[in-house]
Each structure stands twice: as C-alpha cells, then as structure tokens.
Write a protein that binds this ligand. Structure first.
Ligand SMILES: [Zn+2]
Ligand SMILES: [Zn+2]
Length: 334
C-alpha cells in the first residue's frame, strides 16, 4: 500500500509498504483526511527516534475490527486517541493510561502512523464522528484535544491574565479554547497574517516585538514549538505564576535545555524558575470527547486554519509546506 514513511534520515513516499494486520481488538482504518502537525516535522528531525509511517491526526472509516463478534464500528467514520496502552501497568491501573509505561503512540512511538492507505488502532481508542461534523472539522479533534488538556490541568482563580505564546497551529487552537476560561487572554506571535485570525475571533493579540517582557502574566502557555519559547515565557510570567509547556522539540534543536545542540544553539537557563518560584506544567494529549463536542457545536473555528490541501502521494512536499512561516495547517487527502 501507499505510505509516507520516515526512514531515520528523511521522509519518503512509498507504494510498497506492507499492509497492516489488525491485532486482536484492533481496527483497520482507511483515513479520509489527515493533518500534519509540528510533531511530525520534529520526528523528521529525529524527535523520539521514530522510524516508520508518519502521522497521528486523522478522520477515517473503519474497514474491519479484529474481534470475534461483529463490531458496530465497522463502516463508521471515526477519530482516535493516539496512545495505545497495556491496561496492566501501574499507570494504567492508577487511572493514567496516557502515561502507560508500555504504550505505543500512533506515528510517534513504536507504531506505524496514519499517513497511509490503511493503519490500525485499538477499537477502544475510537470515537464515532457525528454526521453533522465534516471531515475538515473532525481531523482537528486530536490537536484540539491537546488544547483542551490545558483546561483540565489549570485551575483558574479570579480573572487571570493569560498569554498564549506562539501563533502557529497549536497556539491558535489553544487561544480559542483558553478564551472559554474566566480570563483575559491574548496571543503573542511573530506573524501578522496569523494574528489576523485572532481579530476575526475577537481574541486579543500582539506582535512579540511590540510587547514588553514585564513578568506580569499569571499564566503563559508556550506553543512556540521552539526551545527558545520557554526563555521568553519565563520573562513574561509573574513571580509564582505558571507556564504551560506545549512545545516538544527534537534533541539538538536550537536551544534545547541542557543540549550542547547544533552550532549557534544556547541552552536555556532555568534559574528564573527557581528565583521567581514559577510553576512549569508539561501538557500533552487531551480529552477527545471535549474536543469533538466543541467541534460539533462550532465553538472553535478550525476551517480558517487550513492553508493547504495536498495528496498523500505529495506527502514529502506537504511536510515541506507545513514548515513555511505563512502556512498554518496542511491537510492530506488520500
Ligand atoms: Zn499532533
Ligand atoms: Zn500500561
């Protein structure tokens, strides 16, 4: 079958990838739309040491389920949680399956991803998509869930000042979700044409070069996708404030904390965290039902984020396009 594969040195499109076989309890899925996210781009720079079929954002149709009785999911349009868990380890049994010690993650760790003609996921990971939500909306469920995770983690008191740092794919989703809090939310970014979307949504926004780094924000959400984002966040947040870190970068990327890295990179000095008693909160995958419900209710505008639609066969070009500064979301179609 056709697939977009990262071979350890570069992404390439192949027509001869082996057909996946669903294991017991797994579904075989044919994707209808796929989304390229920054994680895919980082994987192509060595993040997670992953090799195999790329991709974890999808909406697709279930072709079969490897179960003894016929699954009601067959033929249904679904989205799916990307962490595939053991259900046996201490994390799984303690109610934190996303942190399963034995997990595989779709297109990120130990499991082929969705940028292919077909792929597999445990049937238990799948959620049916209501007919009222089209493929363009549904494909955003996974990244939007990651934005909703912030609401699960942050307990807000009073009416805090929140800065979403970064005006890329994830930043613009986080900004829309954060405005649901009782908070004063602004997006700080580097790209006027991306910030213009905030204007459309009625979300406050500023260019990074225009804001003073005054250590006056109660919460800063780093969605920059750059290790330097944390450095800026530490200058923006008030003493005893909180930084939510959404950025993941490949080791050796410019400015990775503690990494000797590539020439010209400088490690980020973490001492401001200590001096100003700042709380640093890592944040990864989030609740699919919340994201799906918000998309169905049209509480979040994702269509405006779609910059390009490209074919799976042009996947290598699509990954390049997703890196461009003027591009937000690139969707792949079969
Ligand atoms: Zn993603
Ligand atoms: Zn487990």
């Amino acid at each position: 079958m056709r697939a977009l594969v990262f071979d350890g040195s570069q992404p390439r499109f192949t027509k001869t990838h082996p057909e996946p076989e669903p294991a017991s309890g797994e579904a075989l899925i044919r994707p209808l739309r796929m989304g390229i996210c920054s994680t895919d781009l980082e994987i192509c720079r060595g993040y997670m040491g992953f090799e195999g079929v790329l991709g974890h954002e999808f909406v697709g149709v279930v072709e079969q389920v490897n179960e003894r009785r016929k699954s009601p999911l067959v033929g249904k349009r679904v989205v799916g949680r990307i962490n595939c868990v053991c259900r046996k380890c201490d994390m799984c049994r303690g109610g934190l399956p996303e942190h399963c010690r034995d997990r595989t993650v779709l297109g990120i760790a130990g499991r082929d991803g969705c940028f292919a003609d077909r792929f597999t996921l445990p049937a238990a990971n799948l959620l049916e998509v209501p007919d009222s939500l089209d493929d363009d909306g549904a494909v955003f469920t996974e990244p939007l869930a990651a934005a909703y995770q912030i609401l699960k983690q942050l307990h807000i008191e009073g009416r805090p000042f929140v800065t979403v740092l970064g005006d890329g794919r994830l930043g613009l989703l986080c900004a829309q979700v954060m405005t649901r809090l009782n908070a004063t939310v602004r997006v700080v970014g580097k790209h006027p044409q991306k910030l213009a979307l905030c204007e459309k949504w009625g979300v406050k926004h500023r260019l990074l070069e225009e804001v003073g780094l005054r250590a006056d924000q109660d919460v800063v959400v780093d969605c920059t996708g750059s290790a330097q984002g944390l450095k800026v966040a530490m200058q923006m947040v008030r003493p005893r404030g909180r930084i939510v870190l959404k950025t993941t970068v490949a080791p050796g990327s410019s400015g990775t904390p503690g990494s000797p890295g590539t020439p010209g990179s400088e490690p980020v000095d973490l001492s401001p965290l200590v001096i100003h008693e700042i709380q640093l909160l890592g944040s990864r995958c989030g609740p699919f039902p919340d994201a799906l419900a918000a998309l169905v209710a049209e509480q979040v505008d994702v269509v405006s984020l779609i910059s390009r639609r490209m074919k799976l066969a042009d996947g290598v070009e699509a990954l390049k396009a997703a890196k461009r500064k003027d591009v937000i979301k690139v969707l792949l179609e079969p």
